[in-house]
Ligand binder design. Structure first.
Ligand SMILES: NC(=O)c1ccc[n+]([C@@H]2O[C@H](COP(=O)([O-])OP(=O)(O)OC[C@H]3O[C@@H](n4cnc5c(N)ncnc54)[C@H](OP(=O)(O)O)[C@@H]3O)[C@@H](O)[C@H]2O)c1
Length: 261
C-alpha cells in the first residue's frame, strides 16, 4: 500500500508515520504539512524519531499525494476540504480522522466519495465503536427516567471542543432517544435540568490522550460507561487498518463499522 499522510508533522501524523514505517506492507510516498509549517522540508522519519525515511514534509498537497493509493489525514478541520478535493482529482482514497468538520468539509467528503473511497471517523479505536453500541442499548433500555451526560478529557493542546468522539457518543444516545438535545455549557441561573437535555462537558489539561464517560443518571442509581485511550498509537493503528480496508474498494462513503465487519 502506497501511503501519503496529511497533517504529517502533527502528533497523529507522526504516529502514523512511525507505525507505517514499521509495517511490511506499507510504503510512505508523501507527507503534506501546512504552508507556513516551520518543519516543511524536514525528513518525516527523523521527525517521528525513527531515522531518515527519504520523505520530507511538503506544503504542496498535490505533490505529496503523487503515486499514493490512500491518504491518511489528521490535520485541521479547515484543511480537509482542499485535501479531499485534491485526493478525488488524483484518484487517491481518503481516510480522515480530523474532527470538528464544518459543513464545507463534510460536503467535500461527500463529493469526493463519488470518485474515490472515503472513510471518516472521529475516533479510530475499536473500543469506541463498541462503547457507542453499548450507549445506544443502555439509553434505550433505561428510557427517559435516566439523564444522559457526557464528559470528555483531552490534553491541553487540543484545539476543538467538544471532541468528535463525544459528538459520536451523543449521536449514539440520540439514536435511542431522538428527543435529546446537546447542551455544551451551564452557568448562572439555569433552572432545573429538562428531561431532553444531553449535557456534554469538555475538560482540558496535561497530556491526556482521550477519556470519555457517558453517565446515565437515575433515581437511586447511575451507570458510568468509560473509555480511556492511553496511547495515540491506538488511533494511528486504527487509521492504518482503515487505509488497508479502503484501498481497491468502490468509491463511496465508509464507516469504521465497515472495517470491523
Ligand atoms: N479520529 C481519531 O481517532 C483521532 C485521534 C486523535 C486526534 N484526532 C484529530 O486529528 C486532528 C489532528 O490531531 P493532532 O493531535 O495530530 O493535532 P496536531 O498535532 O495539531 O496536528 C495537526 C497537524 O495538521 C497540520 N495542518 C494544519 N493545516 C494544514 C494544511 N492546510 N495542510 C496540511 N497540514 C495542516 C498542523 O500544522 P500546524 O501546526 O503548522 O498548523 C499540524 O501539524 C484533530 O482534529 C484531532 O481532533 C482524531
Amino acid at each position: 500500500m502506497k501511503l501519503a499522510v496529511h497533517g504529517a508533522t502533527g502528533r497523529m501524523g507522526l504516529a502514523v508515520i512511525r507505525l507505517a514505517a514499521a509495517a511490511d506492507d506499507v510504503q510512505i510516498v508523501g507527507g503534506a504539512c501546512a504552508a507556513d509549517d516551520p518543519l516543511a522540508g524536514r525528513d518525516l522519519g527523523e521527525l517521528s524519531g525513527i531515522g531518515a525515511l527519504g520523505v520530507v514534509a511538503s506544503p504542496d498537497t498535490a505533490a505529496a499525494l503523487l503515486g499514493a493509493d490512500v491518504v491518511i489525514d489528521f490535520s485541521l478541520a479547515t484543511a480537509v476540504a482542499s485535501l479531499v478535493t485534491s485526493a478525488a482529482r488524483q484518484g487517491v482514497a481518503v481516510v480522515s480522522g480530523t474532527t470538528n468538520l464544518d459543513a464545507a468539509a463534510t460536503a467535500a467528503l461527500e463529493r469526493a466519495a463519488s470518485s474515490v473511497p472515503v472513510l471518516w471517523a472521529p475516533n479510530m479505536s475499536l473500543g469506541i465503536e463498541v462503547l457507542a453500541d453499548l450507549v445506544t442499548r443502555a439509553v434505550r433500555g433505561l428510557g427517559s427516567d435516566y439523564d444522559v451526560e457526557i464528559v470528555e478529557l483531552h490534553h491541553k493542546k487540543k484545539v476543538d471542543a467538544p471532541s468528535g468522539t463525544a459528538r459520536r457518543l451523543a449521536d449514539a444516545a440520540r439514536s435511542a432517544r431522538p428527543d435529546l438535545a446537546e447542551r455544551h455549557a451551564r452557568s448562572g441561573n439555569v433552572g432545573p435540568r429538562p428531561e431532553s437535555e444531553l449535557g456534554v462537558l469538555a475538560v482540558r489539561g496535561g497530556d491526556v490522550v482521550g477519556d470519555h464517560t457517558v453517565f446515565l443518571l437515575g433515581n437511586g442509581e447511575r451507570l458510568e460507561l468509560t473509555h480511556r485511550a492511553t496511547n495515540r498509537d491506538l488511533f494511528a493503528a486504527g487509521a492504518l487498518r482503515a487505509a488497508r480496508f479502503v484501498v481497491g474498494k468502490p468509491a463511496r462513503r465508509y464507516a469504521l463499522a465497515d472495517v470491523l465487519g
